[in-house]
Design a protein around this ligand. Structure first.
Ligand code: ATP
Ligand code: MG
Length: 153
């Protein structure tokens, strides 16, 4: 369980075992099919757990065909689609102020926003944030859990 000073994440009891990259992408595709503009997805999981694979599956469901890598210098990339998709990666973040500078809220009116390494700065995200946690079980298997942010403050 992740927490900062005042918030924690409550995870669903059911976990989902994903046995390959393709399974992770297909799972993400089904998940994204049910989302609307304004949805905020916070991805949490260690290096190489499959966060970007999940984001690529989401993109496929939204009709975006270009493969996405993690935004390296920009922190944030926007992809055009019927419902636009915004991909953000906070791995290189130095402090939470930099997230405020990204002004992520401006996307909420029209886009679906997915953020890798969101636990680096969880408190700025909306209460409706959908958390996806991915753990590495072994070389090919990942364990995914859905969660929600619980505010204590
Ligand atoms: N079941 C699986 N689901 C997703 N990826 C898997 C799975 N099994 C193996 N992999 C491998 O794990 C790696 C996941 O890479 P990916 O870039 O998606 O991770 P990430 O969590 O985004 O890493 P980073 O923290 O560096 O951004 C890939 O090399 C992929 O082939
Ligand atoms: Mg990544």
């Amino acid at each position: 369980m992740y927490s900062n000073k005042k918030d924690l994440i409550i995870f669903d009891e059911t976990d989902v075992v994903l046995a390959s990259v393709d399974e992770t992408m297909e799972y993400a595709e089904r998940f994204a099919a049910g989302l609307e503009a304004g949805a905020f997805i916070a991805l949490i999981g260690e290096l190489g757990s499959g966060k970007t694979a999940f984001v690529n599956g989401m993109a496929r469901a939204l009709g975006i065909n270009e493969p996405m890598t993690s935004p390296t210098f920009t922190l944030i990339n926007e992809y055009a689609a019927a419902v636009p998709f915004v991909h953000c990666d906070l791995y290189r973040l130095n402090n939470c102020d930099e997230v405020f500078e990204l002004d992520i809220e401006r996307y909420f009116s029209y886009a679906i926003v997915a953020v890798e390494w969101a636990d680096r700065c969880l408190d700025i995200f909306p209460d409706t944030t959908h958390v996806i946690n991915i753990e590495i079980r072994d070389e090919r298997h990942r364990v995914l859990r859905h969660g929600r942010i619980h505010r204590n403050g």
